[in-house]
Write a protein that binds this ligand. Structure first.
Ligand code: CP
Length: 303
């Protein structure tokens, strides 16, 4: 593959190659080798039409640690605010010789359009409510570090699935890796297509918790909602929030994940987010090595 747009594009071998490469790169970093010469002379453009903290910074760190030249483009402050189209923006980047474009965009499917206009690799850093494949890869990397093999492991993903590109990419990748995924959400926050996804669905978080090896809480995306989906924060928190009492129902070695940014006190209690069994900060660190692996393999032409 030249691009990474959907987790569905990854075979099990592709996914394991990325995760194993990330593991090797992490070992190199642990030996205090901060920078590798691998992508010297290559240009990676971070093209962000939507806000981001973790993804944008970790792709920048990943490209720099591989010695690539990095150009950061954010739509705010660019000629996009004067009405320039995605196509003309893409052609401008093409003229600058981008070997890879990492794009976040509010429209689902936008990276597919970009891939038609540029010669370099396109990496989807989150498109609308569609996908966020490198988030799923860093999540799988984090789970493997704690659980070793993901085959047959029980992964529970909870919350605003309807608006979550993270949930969709995780379901696709985790099922490819042989894990058993259960989504837990209020019926109004599940997409109509969920019946075709390779996972189970439950409305009862308390019943699922004792059987979970991993619980992944999703951010309630208030900015993408209206009152019909989401009547009350307090009611949501009471039924679907991971508070101290629910946390106690998890098996002793289960881990708690969240892709960030979090609504502390809504989908997850602060004391759970900050507990020793939370991998939330570790996920951010793993994001750098996982994204290094993706850039390394895509620009090296090996996946
Ligand atoms: N998890 C994630 O995509 O975070 P950002 O929106 O901060 O990049």
């Amino acid at each position: 593959n030249k691009h990474l747009i959907s987790a569905a594009d990854l075979s099990k071998d592709d996914a394991l190659l990325i995760l194993d490469t990330a593991e090797e790169l992490a070992r190199v970093s642990e030996r205090s080798i901060k920078k590798l010469p691998t992508l010297r002379g290559r240009t990676v453009v971070n093209l962000f039409f939507e806000d981001s903290t973790r993804t944008r910074i970790s792709f920048e760190a990943a490209a720099k640690r591989l010695s690539a030249d990095v150009i950061n483009f954010s739509a705010k402050g660019s000629s996009v605010s004067k009405g320039e189209s995605l196509k003309d923006t893409a052609l401008t980047l093409e003229a600058m010789g981008a070997d890879a474009v990492v794009m976040r965009h509010g429209a689902s499917g936008a990276p597919y359009r970009l891939a038609n206009w540029i010669r370099g690799s396109v990496v989807n850093a989150g498109d609308g409510t569609h996908e966020h494949p490198t988030q799923a890869l860093l999540d799988a990397f984090t789970m493997r570090r704690h659980l070793k093999n993901l085959e047959g492991r029980k992964i529970t993903i909870v919350g605003d699935v309807l608006h979550s590109r993270v949930a969709r990419s995780n379901v696709l990748l985790l099922s490819t890796l042989g894990a058993d995924v259960t989504l837990v959400a209020p019926p109004t926050l599940l997409p109509v297509s969920v019946g075709t996804w390779p996972c189970d669905v439950s409305y009862d978080l308390d019943a699922v918790l004792p059987k979970s090896d991993v619980i992944m809480m999703l951010r309630v995306q208030k900015e993408r909602m209206n009152a019909a989906y989401f009547p009350s924060e307090r009611e949501y928190s009471r039924r679907y929030g991971l508070d101290r009492d629910r946390f106690a129902k998890l098996p002793d070695d289960a881990i708690v994940m969240h892709p960030g940014p979090m609504n502390r006190g809504m989908e997850i209690a602060a004391e759970v987010a900050d507990s020793a069994r939370s991998t939330i900060v570790e996920q951010v660190a793993n994001g750098v090595t996982t994204r290094m692996a993706v850039l390394y393999l895509l620009l090296g032409g090996e996946i």
